[in-house]
Design a binder for this molecule. Sequence first.
Ligand SMILES: [Zn+2]
Length: 309
Amino acid sequence: MEKQFQQKLLQDEFLDIIGQEPAKYQLKSALLMGRHVIIAGAPGIGKTTLAKNVAKLLPEIVVNNCGYNCIPESPACPSCKNGKKADKKKIGGIKRFVRVQGSPDLTSEDLKIFKANNGVLFFDELNRCPAKLQNALLQVLEEGKATIGSYNIDFGADLIFIGTLNPYDTATENLSEVFLDRFDLVYMTYPEELETEKRIITEKGKRVAEFPEELLTSMTGFVRGLRDNSKLEKFPSVRACMGLYERAQANAILRKRKIVEEEDVKDALISVLAHRIGLKPSAKYTETTKEFLEEEIKEKFGAASGDYR
Ligand SMILES: [Zn+2]
């Protein structure tokens, strides 16, 4: 990767992401050595934002418009190598970011690796991909070999690979040891501090009503408490917390108030949280997530409930 990128990497603080200092540090360290990285963490904690932050640091470069982003002086694709003339184009920053969504039916044709040449290949939810595709990906990353249709081509791709996986995704756990051995893992966690999570949701969420600090603290604390609840195996994300923040304000507006009250939060809880959490099998037989939440709400906020749950 370019010197200019390395320089920026050393200086930049990945400010699009609030907190997550250990993850930022580990990611920088891995990228400085040009290593392939997988960011592990629950959904909605900013894995994509962090990867995009990396792409933003990429300087503008001139490449051939051949579909493979070849650098004119050192072409990589068969067409440019054979001296075929191609138009040139400038790409920089986020334009050098290519996202692939992992899924069980993804084929190697969908990999779009060529588009990511000389940029960032962001591979979301790697652990949803079939083993065959993992192998194809390894071939490209390790040996620079790619298969297009029925052709095997040698392709000296130069790219930053950032994958993600969700360790809480119980449906999938099929990344092989051989595969994982080729990557360094960077772990992102739920916001370390309650105050950090409050900052994230107030800075990134919509604001249409006044949200008293104390209520914001107890609402955020409620969500964070669920992440420690022993009955759950799927936990509410930061995005869920932000959803509550916005919906509680909407409820206040519907009640013709400009200040959020507790009942506004309560009336948003089921709609925002019930489908975003999952009970462990042992608890699943005795109650639904909705019933579970009703109990938790009663415990936290007292018996009196809102009117519209
Ligand atoms: Zn080319």
